[in-house]
Design a binder for this molecule. Sequence first.
Ligand code: MEV
Length: 429
Amino acid sequence: MTSRLPGFYRLPIAERRKRLAELADDKINVFSFKAIDAGGLTLEAADGMIENVIGTYALPFAVAVNFVIDGIEALVPMAVEEPSIVAAASNAARMARPAGFFSTMSAPVMIGQIQITHVADVDAAMIALADATPALLADARRLVPRLAERGGGPVALEPRLLARSGPDGAMIVVHLHVDCRDAMGANLVNTLCEALAEQVARVAGGRAGLRILTNLTDGRTVTTRVLIPDANLGDEGNGAEIKEAIVAASRFAELDPYRAATHNKGIMNGVDAVLVATGQDWRAVEAGAHAYAARSGAYRPLAVWRSTPEGLAGELVMPLAVGTVGGALHNHPAARLALELAGVGHADRLAALAGAAGLATNLAALRALATEGIQRGHMALHARGLARAAGATGELVELVAAELAACGDVKLERAREVLARLGERKESK
Ligand code: MEV
């Protein structure tokens, strides 16, 4: 299988589906794509997922091409409304070939928090909690025997002193670290925290408060690296120059939180598109990503770029709590199809895909910003959108868009005029 599919973007949708079915293993054929028709969700399934349903709400579903991740070719599923993201990811992935992206995963450890207020003696509580840890962990493990069978389960208990005094007395939080294997783990962790809270509060000599996971999942991170040879950055012998400009753009984000926020938005463009396509809780990952970016006290970029003699070296480190069992995957056929298309069997591989997509969209944005700017590319796409909005179909879309882009007047009114003129000419032929 290769993810290098030149000209894929020019094919009609039915041809793209056929091409993917040819590439995929026998789990996917042209009929598999019925799962993503009409948003991939029946009204009945939607009604079972959330409350007060009145319909379904669809997004474009695409695959980014050219990715090699940890030595394996990958089609990267993306669901997103913003033009350019899929093209940007695919272009950056092409620059990264043949080596592609490399990822390192931490163990899939999620953290649950048990808040204890009104602690009578915090020093004694910290000692008592340390002494009781083996027994508390053993009780916690008994609550999740199936997870333990899969090699996961509660692995550590960590009391943290938050305040010696305050309106709620002294406050401690006890962190329960749980290896969630292929589950995202929110339900697992919340269940465990609720079950253990009273016992923990008794040991600590205080009152149990909140019992809920933290989305700052710094025990569950992905590190993604890429090295782009200078020659792949520019085809006019200007690769080394573009490399230095991207490094300066990275440094800008490292020095300035205003820029770091936008730099990280460019990363989340890729990450979130993969998470949405695969039915993940992207709000959880967003919350964790930004808390992690600010963990030093200053808001920092999640990915940085450095110049090396071998090329441009990029590294992304971020928390990525994803799951390939449970969650929306039970109910969403399009999310299941996305995982199958990408050949994802485990949470680690899904995190690797999301990390690679994030580093790719970051690279593409920085390359564009450090050279010609992003507006020309955006305008070309915007022109196509306007051509369609004006009623153009088939080959007229490209013709109308090209004329709008060439005259620089990328507006709906102008698109209608151009379409009327070109449409008449076509009819009179
Ligand atoms: C737009 O969706 C994302 C960018 O603003 C990211 C960036 O500035 O790095 C282009």
